[in-house]
Design a protein. Structure first.
Lengths: 358, 271
């Protein structure tokens, strides 16, 4: 009734290929963009930006990256935290060594560097898969964190071992450092997220995405069809690393401002992003958004409900959050392996016919 | 390299010179000889069948052609050149497509995406172009979609083009797999038991598709099949294998009257 494609005919393959083939969806997408760019910046405050919107935008980029690798190409990675750290430290080194270059480019270059590092640690994927690959990427996680902790060059020999984001601006508006406005940091991250999502979508609907999915679904058949497994896997690692690196760079420079590597980019971060894509939906762009939103909102909602309304002790709410996330992971893996994205798809399917059952 | 003259068959199709020649292929797995000293050729435009009892080495032979196994001895000649040992994806780039005995489709992808994957050889846009979805990538996608739609029409799977393959029944999956192989515009199409597990109607449909493919696109086909009626009706020439050796080669009539073939199928007392 509310959601339908009747009368929405396609007369060209280009029209059939678009991201939102149904007009209703397309309108929803444009509306969301308008609200995100033109409405939210005027009503945003520091609390919303720091507690919800910035983490959501940044984690969504990381989830997009990991989803390309795990959801589309089927190569399990537990090194997301480490790769985000590469993005963060690359960004820090670039910001301090080349202050005249705009931060915008620093972040993109950090993504590129992370892509290269990710390819390096992805090379074992040509020989091993599944659990064994997961362990290999876990090694990357620990190695990278160790590296950034132990080699003083990476943190410019600072006494604390921390890295601090210097003040940088885009078009004269500060986006990093202590004196930023909420709306500026929000818009800065939003631009990166929208661009990342468009790129990810374009790649996954074209031949690159088909190659990745072919490798995921049946690697032997893919090779006999003509997919070069080396190139397909390496490109998945590179693209994934690029997005994860961007998110790491933003996480450090725009969101946190100061980072201690073990604290910010530990193994927990790897699992958090992995949970996002499992709950959101493997192999789905929308799922990356949904998962990031869910896991960013959950602690906030629990805190508001548990601590502020019901007056429970803070530590109990924190523990409750772990229990809920753990339970949800198990539930999703058993009941809906394709996550929130699939639930959304099913809901749309039902809405098409509502109020009739068939 | 043999350079036979082209000839025209009774039903008016032109059979060209040899495109692929297997010379004295021997394939061993440890101590087991899967294929022993087999030679045969495939000519352009013909339907070439490989038959034989279970375990005769037919699928191994197909795997040698598609580069999945590398034979210990012997040479593969393709389009007048000796083929060095290469990876399966390189063989695919040379224009050899295949289907599998137990369907090897990409279950998580739609029918359309599966068939589009077959166009991998024709779609060369770089990652960057795909990322911004402008220029070459977009143009290529639409051009190849047009070709793929022709194949989809031809194999009568229009209604399921947006269905994930995992949800399709067996007979349709076989057809989608054929579509994917055909989308590659192959010089040689290898079919490994295209009619296994089908009922009579489905077999008739499949036979019709194979004949039409050969007729309309001029596709050279090498197929393995167990249904003798189908093989004898469809193929121009037949290779018969038994225990990894070639025991017969020729037109269906020649093969049918070959004593070694009759023995292999009906069984004789081995001494």
């Amino acid at each position: 009734m509310f959601y339908r494609e009747a009368g929405d005919f396609k007369t060209s393959y280009a029209a059939d290929n678009q991201t939102f083939p149904i007009k209703f969806d397309r309108m929803g997408y444009y509306t969301a963009l308008v609200i995100a760019f033109l409405v939210v910046p005027f009503i945003i405050n520091d609390y919303w930006a720091n507690a919800i919107l910035l983490p959501f935008l940044i984690y969504a980029i990381a989830a997009l990256g990991l989803n390309i690798l795990v959801g589309y190409c089927g190569q399990v990675s537990l090194g997301t935290g480490g790769f985000m750290a590469v993005g963060a430290y690359a960004c820090y080194k670039l910001m301090t060594s080349m202050p005249e270059v705009n931060i915008f480019f620093h972040i993109i270059i950090s993504g590129g560097i992370t892509g290269l590092v990710c390819v390096l640690f992805g090379l074992p994927s040509l020989r091993i898969k599944g659990f064994y690959l997961a362990v290999a990427t876990l090694a990357a996680q620990f190695f990278l964190v160790w590296l950034f902790n132990r080699v003083p060059w990476f943190y410019n020999y600072s006494a604390s071992g921390q890295i601090n984001a210097p003040e940088r601006s885009v078009f004269g508006i500060e986006v990093t450092g202590p004196n930023t406005e909420a709306w500026a940091t929000y818009l800065f991250c939003l631009v990166f997220l929208v661009a990342s999502a468009l790129i990810a979508r374009n790649m996954t609907r074209g031949m690159a995405g088909r190659k990745w999915m072919a490798i995921r679904d049946m690697d032997i058949a893919a090779e006999i069809i003509g997919v070069n497994p080396l190139k397909a896997k390496i490109s998945a690692f590179a693209v994934s690393g690029f997005f994860v690196g961007i998110s790491g760079a933003l996480f450090f420079s725009v969101y946190l401002g100061a980072v201690e590597v073990g604290e910010a980019f530990g193994i927990n971060k790897s699992f958090l992003v992995l949970f996002m894509i499992i709950i959101g939906g493997l192999g789905s762009i929308f799922g990356s958004f949904a998962g990031a939103a869910f896991l960013v909102l959950l602690p906030v909602v629990l805190k508001v409900v548990g601590v502020d309304w019901l007056g429970w002790p803070t530590d109990m709410v924190a523990h409750l959050q772990l229990v809920i996330v753990g339970g949800m992971i198990v539930m999703f893996l058993i009941l809906e392996p394709h996550g929130l994205a699939q639930l959304w798809r099913v809901t749309k399917q039902k809405l098409r016919l509502w109020p009739f059952p068939h | 390299m043999s350079t036979q003259e082209s000839y025209v068959t009774e039903d008016g199709r032109t059979i060209g010179p040899t495109v692929m020649e297997m010379k004295n292929i021997t394939l061993r797995f440890g101590g087991v000889k899967a294929i022993t000293d087999i030679s045969f050729d495939i000519r352009e435009g013909e339907i070439r069948a490989i038959i034989g009892p279970n375990g005769a080495g037919k699928s191994s032979m197909l795997n040698v052609i598609s580069g999945f196994y590398v034979p210990q001895e012997g040479e593969v000649w393709y389009k007048g050149k000796k083929r060095p040992p290469m990876k399966p994806y390189q063989v695919a780039e040379q224009g050899i497509a295949r289907t599998f005995q137990n369907i090897a489709l990409f279950e998580g992808m739609t029918v359309l995406d599966n068939v589009m994957t077959g166009r991998i050889r024709q779609m060369k846009a770089g990652l960057l172009s795909q990322a911004i979805w402008k220029g070459k990538a977009e143009k290529e996608e639409i051009e190849n979609r047009e070709f793929v739609e022709k194949i989809i029409d031809f194999l009568e799977i229009q209604a399921i083009r947006k269905t994930p393959v995992g949800r399709l029944p067996y007979g349709l999956k076989k057809r989608v797999e054929l579509a994917r192989a055909l989308a590659a515009e192959p010089s040689i199409l290898l079919l490994d038991e295209p009619m296994a597990g089908m009922n009579v109607e489905e077999k008739e449909d499949m036979s019709r598709f194979i004949l039409d493919m050969n007729d309309e696109f001029g596709t050279t086909i090498a197929l393995i099949e167990h249904d003798m009626g189908v093989v004898m009706d469809l193929s121009d020439r037949v290779v018969v294998m038994d225990y990894g050796k070639k025991i017969g080669d020729g037109t269906p009539d020649e093969v049918r009257s070959n004593q070694a073939v009759i023995d292999a199928y009906l069984g004789v007392a081995h001494d």
